[in-house]
Design a protein around this ligand. Structure first.
Ligand SMILES: C[S@@+](CC[C@H](N)C(=O)[O-])C[C@H]1O[C@@H](n2cnc3c(N)ncnc32)[C@H](O)[C@@H]1O
Length: 151
């Protein structure tokens, strides 16, 4: 067992999950603020140099886990660990955001998909070393192809 405490909270325009874009082609361009605990501000030193950040957070309002998830981007179920479902054994979310600016312990960001008040566990600089030609996107690629052929 582990004990963690939030390093801060997300200030988001989304008060209800229905307001958050979902499914194939959903664009996450909403702006919000990562409000970091002022006691931890020193830990943000030099973060301004990074254009994008990983935000690790808690699905604090999700229902219990479901090992098979039915993502909005497909009409077939998939194992929860092959999806980004909020209903996970450990309800941890991971979002890549663009860092727009920092004002002390407040990080103004773009690309949030969290509800207002979501607890933040950690922030790390986003660095992707995987070349695009090496990426496989599994069932998502097949679901996108099926959706394209229907339109
Ligand atoms: C599909 S998950 C993906 C989240 C993250 N990008 C990830 O991959 O872990 C995004 C959905 O989680 C739900 N959600 C957002 N914030 C939440 C919270 N604090 N508690 C429970 N569910 C939340 C919303 O329905 C939102 O559309």
């Amino acid at each position: 067992m582990f004990e963690m405490r939030p390093i801060g909270h997300v200030r988001s325009p989304f008060k209800d999950t229905k307001e958050i874009p979902k499914g194939c082609g959903a664009k996450h361009e909403a702006e919000g603020v990562l409000e970091i605990d002022p006691e931890l501000e020193e830990g943000l030193a030099d973060i301004e140099g990074f254009s994008h950040l990983f935000v690790i957070w808690v699905f604090d309002r999700s229902r219990g886990p479901e090992l098979l998830a039915s993502p909005p981007s497909d009409d077939r179920p998939h194992g929860v660990f092959a999806t980004r479902s909020p209903q996970r054994p450990n309800p941890i979310g991971l979002t890549v955001v663009e860092l727009l600016r920092r004002e002390g312990p407040l990080l103004q960001v773009r690309g949030i998909d969290m509800l207002d008040g979501t607890p933040i566990l950690d922030i790390k600089p986003y660095l992707s070393g995987v070349p695009p030609e090496k990426l496989r996107r599994g069932w998502l690629e097949e679901a996108e192809a099926r959706n394209r052929s229907r339109t």
